[in-house]
Structures are given as structure tokens and as C-alpha cells.
Design a protein around this ligand. Structure first.
Ligand code: NAD
Length: 263
């Protein structure tokens, strides 16, 4: 259902973003890949998205801390093919108490997790509105809905992206129509997903015991299902939001969290 469409997934060189890029590719989209990584990792990501079925997949470099680099990336993608689907997935984490949080870390986390989405959205959404179709999916977190200790900038950035998404959903609510598919903006809010991002936290919870024990303790603390999610399962929620039938699904934040935020 995405054939003839073009998607950008930021932070798609690993983890959840890579799974989303593969899923969008499998649904027929042309996929722009972005994220940090060694040349080998980037090549592997591009070929993995191609082999998932993408009509075309290409890497677009941009350090998302730098608005100028985001602007250049968005211009390059637009020349390649105008964007129909934008998934802001790049994210960074640093878990220490508020008073020990390095000031430059605050700035960096806000820049990558929140401001980069503002920039990609402001540059992509006018074109979507003109063509009457657009899907913006921002990967927030349960931490965009509830807080935990020792993650102040991460939580501030994720609450911020939930708000940014609602504001944009309202501004673009009347773009397009049922036939063209409309322009929607939503967040997906995962609980624990098994990716590199949470390895330091698994290790901290393991406190010298096994990795499995670390995961078990993390889940016991917050996630009632006692099961982690896999990146492909988050990608599935993103895909559902991109369907034509989801044209009236906008301004929402959908938890995929095993009941975490139901408590
Ligand atoms: P990950 O570390 O595997 O992926 C993060 C991606 O962001 C990578 O591709 C990385 O290269 C990219 N990135 C980081 N800094 C960047 C920068 N300056 N410029 C460009 N790209 C940059 O982690 P993940 O778990 O796949 O995280 C993806 C998203 O999901 C994040 O926004 C994260 O907050 C969110 N999330 C993850 C979990 C989880 O449990 N793993 C839970 C909730 C939300």
C-alpha cells in the first residue's frame, strides 16, 4: 500500500528505526535512511532495507544535532523524491540524576530527540499538504507520557515530541481529503524494546548477574506484561498509522508498552 510513496526514517542505521525502514520498504516504499554509524553498518542497513523489498533505498547523511545538516539532507531527499512518510526515530539516552547531568548532554539530547523532529517536520509537511497525503510518525516513548527517575532530558524531550505532534496534527488536520489520504501526525510510545539503546540499563539492573536477570528486573519494575517488545513489533504499529484507512487517526500517542502506562 506504499508503492509509489517515499519515506524517510531518521535513526534507521540500527534498532527500531532500521526495523521501521524495512517494514516501510516491504510495503513498497522508497526509503531514505539516516543515522550515525561506520560505513559497514550503513551499507548493511541500506542492503537490509532493499532486501526487505524497498523499491529503492538510499543513505542520507546528517548529524541531527546540526539544523544546517538537516536542511541539506531534506533538500537532497526532496530532489531524490518528495516525502510522503516521515518517521522521526533517532534518539539518545543518558541516565543519571538531574544534578549530575552534564549541561552539554541536556542540549544534545534535546537537539536529537526533539528539535530534529521540528526541523524535519517544518521542511517536509508543506509538501505533504500540497499533495494531500502525508504520514508523520514520531517515535516518542512511555517516557513521553509518564516519568521515571534519572532521565530528565530524555523525558523532557519525549513529552516535548508528544506536544509537537499534537500541535502539528491540528495545523495540518484539514490538508487533503479522504480520497488523497490526508496528512496525519502521531506518536508511537514504546516501553522496553530490545535494542542497543537499553543495553547500559540492562547491565545496570543486572548488577553483575546475567543479562536475562537484568531484563527480568527491568520488566518487573515497570512493564506489567513482563515481556520486552521487538523492533519489528514497533514497526508494525508505525505501518498501521501509515495506511490510507488511518486518515482520521491523528494527534494521538499510542503506547506499545505491555500496560506500563495503564497503571
Ligand atoms: P538505537 O540506539 O538502536 O537507535 C538510535 C538511532 O538514532 C541510531 O540509528 C543512531 O545512529 C541515531 N542517532 C543518534 N544520534 C544521532 C545523531 N546525532 N544524528 C543522526 N542520527 C543519530 O536505539 P533504539 O532503541 O532503536 O531507539 C530508537 C528510538 O526509539 C529512540 O527515539 C528511542 O528514544 C525510542 N525508544 C526506544 C525504546 C527502547 O526500549 N529501545 C523505548 C522507547 C522509545
Amino acid at each position: 500500500f506504499l508503492s509509489g510513496r517515499t519515506a524517510l526514517v531518521t535513526g534507521s542505521t540500527s534498532g527500531i528505526g532500521l526495523a521501521i525502514a524495512r517494514a516501510l520498504g516491504a510495503a513498497g516504499a522508497r526509503v531514505a535512511i539516516n543515522g550515525l554509524g561506520e560505513a559497514g553498518q550503513i551499507e548493511a542497513a541500506v542492503s537490509s532495507v532493499r532486501s526487505a523489498g524497498a523499491r529503492d533505498a538510499r543513505y542520507f547523511e546528517a548529524d541531527l544535532r546540526q539544523p544546517g545538516q538537516i536542511e541539506q539532507m531534506m533538500a537532497d531527499i526532496n530532489t531524490w523524491s518528495p516525502l510522503d512518510v516521515l518517521v522521526n526515530c533517532a534518539g539518545v539516552q543518558h541516565a543519571v540524576p538531574l544534578e549530575d547531568m552534564p549541561v552539554d548532554r541536556w542540549d544534545m539530547i534535546l537537539a536529537v530527540n526533539l528539535s530534529s523532529a521540528f526541523h524535519t517536520m517544518r521542511l517536509a509537511m508543506p509538501g505533504m499538504a500540497e499533495r494531500g497525503f502525508g504520514r508523520v510518525v514520531n517515535i516518542a516513548s512511555v517516557h513521553g507520557l509518564v516519568a521515571s527517575v534519572n532521565k530528565a532530558p530524555y523525558i523532557a524531550s519525549k513529552f516535548g515530541i508528544v506536544g509537537l505532534s499534537k500541535a502539528a496534527a491540528l495545523e495540518y488536520a484539514r490538508a487533503g481529503d479522504r480520497k488523497s489520504g490526508g496528512v496525519t501526525v502521531n506518536c508511537v510510545c514504546p516501553g522496553w524494546v530490545e535494542t542497543a539503546l537499553i543495553e547500559p540499563q540492562i547491565e545496570a539492573h543486572a548488577a553483575g548477574d546475567s543479562r536475562e536477570e537484568g531484563i527480568r528486573r527491568m520488566l518487573a519494575e515497570k512493564q506489567p506484561s513482563q515481556r520486552t517488545s521487538m523492533p519489528e513489533e514497533i514497526a508494525d504499529a508505525v505501518l498501521w498509522l501509515c495506511r490510507p484507512q488511518s486518515h482520521n487517526l491523528t494527534g494521538t500517542s499510542i503506547p506499545v508498552d505491555g500496560g506500563w502506562t495503564a497503571q
